[in-house]
Design a protein around this ligand. Structure first.
Ligand code: NAD
Length: 488
C-alpha cells in the first residue's frame, strides 16, 4: 500500500512487476491542497511504453482464450481488492486531486468498484447477432477482442475514468496498456498494487506513468496497439486522431464540453436550484458533465439569479481532507491560473461578477494551495470566448431566453456537444428540447443520474464514439461476419 511521504515513488507496472522509468527520471507529484510535492512519478518514455506493449502482446493469447467466466472472476477480484481498501483509495484520491474526501468516498471510489463489477458481468452476458438470409443461409457475427488496447485518462475523476476504460477492455478479452494523468497518478499506482496483491495475470494490465507527449504518445502510436480509448482535452484528442487515425486504429475519444443548463419557468424551482448548484460546482466544476452555461427563461431570471447567487455564496471553500468540506482545491497551479485568466477575460468581455471571481487563500499549511471561489458571471453573449471555450473550473455564466427556439439556439451555439440539462414540467417541451439539443447526454429534471448500461459520449468537438454498456464491449471487439450457405 502506498505510503504518502515525500519519498513515495509511483512506479510503472509492466508484466506484473514494478519498475522505475528507463530514463531514471522523475516528475514531482503535488498535493493541490498545499502546493507541496508529496511523491515522485516515474517519467516514462518510448522504451517503457514499448516494454509494456510487448508484455501486453505476449499475455493476449492466453487472456483472450480464457472462458468468460474466468475473466469475470479475475475482474471481480480486482473490484473486491479496491473495495477492501476503499478508504485508503478515497483519501489518496482526495490528496492527489484536491477534491473533498467525502466526494471521493461517495462517488469516485464506489464508482471505480462498480465499473469493474459491471464489466465483469458484461463479459458473461455479451453476445453477438445472427441474420437469417432467405435463399442463402445464415450470417452470424463473431466478436473477437482486438489485442492490445491503450487506455488514457485525465485528472478530474482519476480512478473512476481510468477503470471505466480498463474494465471493458479487459472484459472483452483485450490486454491493456494504460496511462493515468501525470497530475493524478496515485490511485492508478494503487490499482497496480492491488493487481499484484491478488495475482492478477501478468502482462494483462500494464500501467505506465509520465507526461502525455513522452509516455502517452508512444503508447498510442505503437504499431502493436490496435485500439485507443482516450478521455481528455479536445486538442489532445485532435493530436491522437491525427496520428493514430493514420494508422487505422480503432478510436474512442471522450473530449471537452461547454454544457448548457436550460431552465424553463415552469420547472420545479427548488429542485432545479439545488441541483443546478451541484451541477455547476461539484468537484470544483471539474466534471466534464458540469453545466457551465446556465440559460434561464427571462420571466424567472431575477428570482433565479438572486436565489442561485445566495446559495453559491454559502459554498465554503476548504481543506479537502476535512469531512465537512464540499468545495476543495482545483487540481494544479497551472489549472488555477487558467481559471483565473478566464475570469479576467470574462470581465474584459463585459461580464459582471455576481459572486466569487478570486483565488481563495486558506490558513497555515494550506496557504500555498490552489483554491478558487465559486464564480457566477452575467451579461455575456453566447459568442464571446468565455462562453465558447472550456474553462473546466468553478465558473458559470448566466444568460436568458424568451422562447423555446431561442433556448435551443443558445444551447447549441458552441462547438461542443457533450451533455445538457433541461428543467421543465411540460412533457412535450421536455421531449422536444431533448431531441433538439446537440448533446450525447441529456438530463431532464435531474443531473448525473448514471445507468452504466446507457451510451456515454459527446457530439461535435466533444468526441467520437460512445462508452458505457455494450457500446464499450462493441468498441473493444472487432466484428466479423461469417456467412454460411446451406441448401434450403
Ligand atoms: P489532457 O488532454 O491534457 O490529458 C488527458 C490524458 O492524455 C493525460 O493522461 C495526458 O497525459 C494524456 N496525453 C496528453 N497528450 C497526449 C498525447 N499526445 N498522446 C497520448 N496521451 C496524451 O486532458 P486533462 O487536462 O487531463 O483533462 C481535462 C480534459 O478532459 C477536459 O477537457 C475535460 O472536458 C476532459 N474530460 C472529458 C470527459 C468526457 O467524458 N468527455 C471526461 C472527463 C474529462
Amino acid at each position: 500500500m502506498a505510503k504518502f511521504t515525500a519519498m513515495t515513488e509511483i512506479l510503472n507496472f509492466i508484466d506484473g512487476r514494478f519498475s522505475a522509468a528507463d530514463s531514471g527520471l522523475w516528475l514531482d507529484n503535488i498535493d493541490p491542497s498545499t502546493g507541496k510535492v508529496y511523491s515522485k512519478i516515474a517519467r516514462s518514455g518510448a522504451s517503457d511504453a514499448d516494454r509494456a506493449v510487448k508484455a501486453a502482446k505476449a499475455a493476449f493469447p492466453a487472456w483472450s482464450k480464457l472462458p468468460a467466466s474466468e475473466r469475470f472472476s479475475h475482474i471481480m477480484r480486482l473490484a473486491d481488492g479496491i473495495r477492501q481498501k476503499s478508504e485508503a483509495f478515497a483519501k489518496a484520491e482526495s490528496v492527489d486531486n484536491g477534491k473533498p474526501v467525502s466526494l471521493a468516498r461517495a462517488v469516485d471510489i464506489p464508482r471505480a468498484v462498480s465499473n469493474f463489477e459491471f464489466y465483469a458481468a458484461a463479459a458473461m452476458h455479451y453476445a453477438s447477432s445472427s441474420h437469417y438470409t432467405e435463399g442463402v443461409g445464415i450470417n452470424y457475427t463473431l466478436r473477437r477482442p482486438i489485442g492490445v488496447a491503450a487506455c488514457i485518462s485525465p485528472w478530474n475523476l482519476p480512478l473512476y475514468l481510468f477503470s471505466w476504460k480498463i474494465a471493458p477492455a479487459l472484459a472483452a478479452g483485450n490486454t491493456v496498456v494504460a496511462k493515468p494523468s501525470e497530475i493524478t497518478p496515485m490511485t492508478a499506482y494503487m490499482l497496480a498494487e492491488t493487481a499484484r496483491e491478488i495475482n492478477f495475470p501478468k502482462g494483462v494490465l500494464n500501467i505506465i506513468h509520465g507526461l502525455g507527449g513522452e509516455a502517452g504518445e508512444p503508447i498510442c502510436t505503437h504499431p502493436d496497439v490496435g485500439a485507443i480509448s482516450f478521455t481528455g482535452g479536445t486538442e489532445t484528442g485532435k493530436r491522437i486522431i491525427s496520428q493514430a487515425g493514420m494508422q487505422f486504429k480503432k478510436l474512442s475519444l471522450e473530449l471537452g464540453g461547454k454544457n448548457p443548463n436550460i431552465i424553463f419557468a415552469d420547472c420545479d424551482f427548488d429542485k432545479m436550484l439545488s441541483t443546478t448548484v451541484r451541477s455547476s460546482f461539484a468537484n470544483q466544476g471539474q466534471i466534464c458533465l458540469c453545466g457551465s452555461r446556465i440559460l434561464v427563461e427571462k420571466s424567472i431570471y431575477k428570482r433565479f439569479r438572486e436565489a442561485f447567487t445566495a446559495k453559491v455564496k454559502e459554498l465554503e471553500v476548504g481543506n479537502p481532507a476535512s469531512e465537512s468540506t464540499r468545495m476543495g482545491a482545483v487540481v494544479s497551479e497551472g489549472h488555477m491560473k487558467k481559471i483565473l485568466s478566464y475570469i479576467d477575460l470574462a470581465q474584459q468581455e463585459g461580464g459582471r461578477i455576481l459572486c466569487g471571481g478570486n483565488r481563495v487563500k486558506l490558513e497555515g499549511e494550506l496557504s500555498g494551495g490552489y483554491y478558487v471561489a465559486p464564480t457566477v458571471i452575467e451579461g455575456l453573449d453566447q459568442q464571446c470566448r468565455t462562453n465558447q471555450e472550456e474553462i473546466f473550473g468553478p465558473v458559470v455564466t448566466l444568460d436568458t431566453f424568451e422562447t423555446d427556439e431561442e433556448a435551443v439556439a443558445k444551447a447549441n451555439a458552441t462547438p461542443y456537444g457533450l451533455a445538457s440539462t433541461i428543467w421543465t414540467s411540460d412533457l412535450n417541451r421536455a421531449h422536444r428540447t431533448a431531441e433538439a439539443v446537440h448533446a450525447g447526454i441529456v438530463w431532464v429534471n435531474c443531473w448525473l443520474e448514471r445507468d452504466l448500461r446507457t451510451p456515454f459520449g459527446g457530439v461535435k468537438n466533444s468526441g467520437v464514439g460512445r462508452e458505457g454498456g455494450f457500446e464499450a464491449m462493441n468498441f473493444f471487439t472487432e466484428p466479423k461476419n461469417v456467412c454460411i450457405a446451406y441448401n434450403q
